[in-house]
Design a protein around this ligand. Structure first.
Ligand code: IVH
Length: 672
């Protein structure tokens, strides 16, 4: 491809991607699928890699990250990032209004109300229309430079749309993780046997401070902007600033409203109290601002807060009740979760009897004791949590809390892994909830999808002694199942049919279904594509595992541990004998064609993705010929690592086209 052609294509792709991004975030619609979008981005990155001089600072390829920030540089905010004073009642809002009225000496005024987004404040600086700096709030005076990470957030424009913007200006807003993205992330974590994240706010904040921006890119953060600085004289009200922000391509929540009086503000506050839960962003209140900018200036600031704005905080619904006991749940990975058993109490419309206590550290931090009166809160999370103790009600004879040392299900001594807050039961082979949990994971819709089997049936089969691991599923007989409570001929047939059908589930789903620690669905897919078969994967050593994209030390070690255990080797061999898919279905990735049209190939060296035999088969499948020696008639030399220099020299001399494994794959996909 010529430089000129690349230039034109890069321009077109960038425009297209920017257009779809804008549509998605500003207009909430999408004309292309995620897949098509990713393809455009992939092509752009490919071209920019080939022609690095054509990569522009505002290229949408920056969205995929890749920059590593070792330590975040400190930046001093040009204008301090202040916080708002809080109010908690209509009465306090009226008092604020009285102060505003007095401060403005009888002039008419109006308010602008917005939701208070519960995320991480961010300041974005634009020069000549380009994003030049993104910083966290920090202590208000100095924050961290997180530009590389912020650039991966697709709703933050790298370049301003339209014209008429000042040479330099700043916008501020809130970075957040949409509730749906947070739920998805937690699902992935759970599937991979990792701990769930506590809430979207902390997750957004932790994500923004990650060193590897490509992980940030994968996290689906979003950002609402709500203030504009450095535009003195160009806008006269907050409403018109918001309009400008929207015009310039920023993401603004459509929930704002102008209010003529404080009573209208109070109505807005009431209206959003419950409606806010329908939004895909966590909110914890309302921000009320005097709309006119001259009036804002007149009112000015106290030492900490503006006098022209205030926040109204919704009360997190909480209740006080007695902690009757602490019980422990054992997860499928053996992780122990303490759960508070409470005196039943009404909270936000439902009766709460149990609440999450997270882990031992959390109990210790709060110095909880059985018999204490504790506050239970329904926050951003669905499960209520214990947030504190009312020490004034503590009886004098309450004993300090002692955390369990042995598994409540199998009495094995618990262990704690370095860097993890949870305790674990290490008895993977024989701890009942772990076994049942493993089987439930295996049959799950996202794994082997045996929907004729459920939690209850697994329990019945386990209790009868028929199920100890997932391989036992394939030995179940008609006679064993028919004797289970509630089973009739038809349901037995159904169950057996479901189990039989699962033998055809693709290898990557089986790999995921095994429930190997840290091997979630995506990781399983990556491993399957790379190693192609269980056999190859089981033979892989640490170095070849970490050589797979996105497989880190932790996953590699977990795989090695898993495959080194004899019982797992036996399990896999039983699954193999039962007829489950132990290799990828190549036809899923490649279909044969005649795209290579009789061309001759010499294969030389070692390759990253495919073995030489696989490459040979691929050449033949696509109508090419594999030749053993280099001659003038040869069409391509497929060159891998460690190819002998003599061969290379010969090929060069004869003017033969030398291609890499990637070029070769491209030749095949182009032909599709
Ligand atoms: S305006 C002078 N508007 O709340 C401060 N802030 O306590 C002007 N926040 O640090 C801030 N949503 O992180 C404003 N619609 C909104 C907001 C909002 C959330 C956060 C922001 C700020 C804190 C103020």
């Amino acid at each position: 491809m010529t430089h000129d052609a690349a230039h034109t294509e890069i321009e077109q792709l960038s425009q297209q991607i920017n257009h779809y991004n804008h549509q998605y975030y500003q207009e909430s619609k999408s004309e292309v699928s995620d897949y098509e979008f990713d393809q455009l981005l992939k092509r752009l990155i490919e071209l920019e890699d080939q022609f690095p001089d054509l990569k522009k600072a505002d290229s949408p390829s920056q969205r995929v990250g890749g920059t590593i920030t070792k330590s975040f540089e400190t930046v001093i905010h040009k204008h301090r990032m202040l916080s708002l004073a809080n109010t908690y009642s209509a009465e306090e809002l009226r008092e604020f209004d009285a102060r505003v009225e007095k401060g403005l000496g009888g002039q008419p005024y109006e308010y602008f109300c917005e939701l208070k987004f519960d995320g991480v404040a961010i300041s974005l600086t634009y020069r000549d229309g380009m994003l030049v700096q993104a910083a966290t709030r920090g202590d208000g005076t100095r924050g961290d430079n997180i530009t590389a990470n912020a650039k991966t957030i697709r709703s933050i424009p790298l370049k301003i749309r339209g014209t008429g913007y000042p040479e330099e200006f700043e916008v501020r807003g809130e970075v957040f993780m949409p509730s749906t993205a947070f739920a998805q992330l937690n699902e992935q974590k759970e599937a991979a046997g990792e701990e769930r994240l506590a809430n979207p706010r902390n997750t957004a904040s932790g994500t923004l401070k990650m060193q590897d921006s490509s992980i940030v890119a994968a996290r689906k953060l979003d950002c609402y902007l709500y203030s504009l600085l450095g535009v003195e004289g160009q806008v006269d009200s907050h409403a018109s600033a918001i309009q400008k922000i929207e015009e310039w391509g920023f993401h603004v929540s459509p929930t704002y409203q102008k209010c003529a009086t404080i009573e209208e503000v109070i109505a807005y506050v009431a209206q959003w109290e419950t409606k806010r839960h329908e939004l895909d962003v966590e909110t914890d209140g309302i921000v009320i601002k005097v709309n006119d900018l001259d009036q804002q200036n007149e009112l000015g600031f106290t030492a900490k807060n503006p006098r022209w704005a205030i926040s109204y905080k919704y009360k997190a619904e909480n209740a006080l009740t007695r902690l009757n006991d602490v019980v422990y749940q054992v997860g499928r990975t053996g992780s122990i979760t303490p759960v508070a058993e409470l005196e039943p109490v009404l909270l936000a419309g439902t009766t709460v009897k149990r609440a999450s206590l997270h882990n031992a550290n959390e109990i210790e931090r709060q110095d909880l004791r059985i018999g204490d009166y504790v506050y239970v809160e329904k926050g951003g999370e669905i499960i209520p949590k214990v947030t504190g103790v009312d020490l004034t009600q503590r009886a004098s004879d309450l004993e300090p809390f002692v955390y369990v040392t042995h598994c409540p299900a199998c009495q094995t001594e618990l262990v704690r892994y370095e860097g993890e807050a949870n305790h674990y039961c290490p008895n993977i082979e024989a701890c009942p909830p772990q076994i049942k949990g493993m089987i439930e994971h295996f049959i799950h819709r996202k794994a082997m999808d045996i929907d004729s089997l459920g939690e209850q049936t697994i329990k019945l089969l386990y209790d009868k002694g028929y199920l100890h691991n997932v391989a036992d599923l394939y030995d179940l007989t008609h006679d064993q199942i028919i004797e289970l409570e509630g089973f009739k001929e038809l349901s037995v047939q159904n169950l057996l049919k479901g189990i039989e059908a699962s033998k055809q589930a693709p290898f990557e789903l089986l790999l995921f279904g095994l429930g190997i620690r840290f091997v979630g669905k995506t990781v399983a897919e990556k491993l399957a594509v790379h190693f192609k078969s269980m056999e190859q994967l089981m033979q892989a050593d640490f170095d070849s595992l970490v050589a797979v994209p996105e497989i880190g030390d932790r996953i590699a070690q977990s795989l090695l541990d898993y495959f080194s255990k004899e019982e797992n080797q036996v399990l896999i061999s039983r699954l193999k004998d039962a007829g489950l898919q132990m290799q990828v279905d190549e036809s899923q990735f490649e279909t044969s064609s005649d795209v290579l049209g009789g061309k001759g190939f010499v294969i030389s060296g070692v390759f990253e993705k495919h073995s030489r035999d696989e490459l040979k088969a691929m050449i033949k499948d696509h109508g090419g010929k594999v030749v053993s020696s280099i001659s003038a008639k040869l069409d391509y030399l497929l060159a891998g690592d460690k190819m002998g220099p003599a061969k290379l020299e010969k090929a060069n001399k004869l003017g033969i086209t030398i291609i890499s494994e990637m070029d070769f794959e491209e030749m095949l996909t182009k032909g599709k």
